[in-house]
Design a protein around this ligand. Structure first.
Ligand code: HEM
Ligand code: HEM
Length: 147
């Protein structure tokens, strides 16, 4: 079960990155009329990733368990431990807040430019905090099961 959810969490990164790019382009386009529909799919992908991520953080070995095992201070001094215990969960939560606020703001005010800015911030955060394979010590596969 844990592994299936981890695979889904890993795959959803691609859905989120692609949906962010498509949404930003559409939001900046003057010809597209309904900009909310695709934005909602982004929101659902982001919230599902958050839900699985919270579960992984508290039930798995690469999250809160690191703080329990080593203490916060020692975890903060080791870059790989700090990444999983703090940077990934906090940074991604912030990105998902930008996505949620961006979507709701689009629905309420229809200000597409402002939502595009929120989504661009989320995209930068996510690209910076995904454990890409080439990242030292924290790298994970491009796709589940790949190595
Ligand atoms: C940890 C789990 C989750 C949290 C903390 C969370 C949080 C939120 C928050 C704060 C909102 C904004 C409510 C508002 O002011 O309108 C929202 C809306 C929404 N969420 Fe989640 N969510 C979670 C999981 C999910 C999941 C698993 C899904 C779907 C698979 C989902 C789909 C949606 C949708 C469709 C909306 C409505 C947005 C709209 O008004 O168009 N969420 N969620
Ligand atoms: C946009 C949001 C997010 C993206 C794109 C993302 C992406 C990823 C990726 C690619 C992995 C590696 C998967 C693998 O090993 O194949 C991962 C692992 C993990 N993520 Fe996220 N994540 C996001 C949000 C979150 C959040 C909000 C949390 C916690 C609150 C979280 C907690 C974790 C944990 C604990 C792991 C490691 C699980 C394990 O190895 O047992 N993630 N994430």
């Amino acid at each position: 079960m844990y592994n299936i959810l981890l695979a889904l969490h890993s795959i959803l990164r691609w859905a989120i990155v692609l949906l962010l790019v498509f949404n930003i382009l559409r939001l900046l386009s003057s010809t597209v009329t309904n900009k909310v529909a695709l934005s909602k799919w982004l929101l659902i992908a982001a919230h599902t990733t958050l839900l699985i991520g919270l579960y992984q953080y508290f039930a798995g070995g690469s999250g809160y368990a690191i703080i329990q095992q080593y203490g916060l201070e020692a975890a903060m001094q080791d870059s790989a431990k700090r990444f999983w215990a703090v940077e990934h969960p906090v940074g991604m939560l912030a990105a998902i807040v930008f996505i949620t606020v961006g979507h709701i703001s689009l629905k309420k005010s229809g200000n597409a430019k402002r939502t595009a800015v929120f989504y661009a911030i989320a995209l930068i955060l996510i690209l910076a905090i995904v454990p890409w394979p080439m990242r030292e010590a924290v790298g994970r596969p491009w796709f589940p099961g790949m190595n």
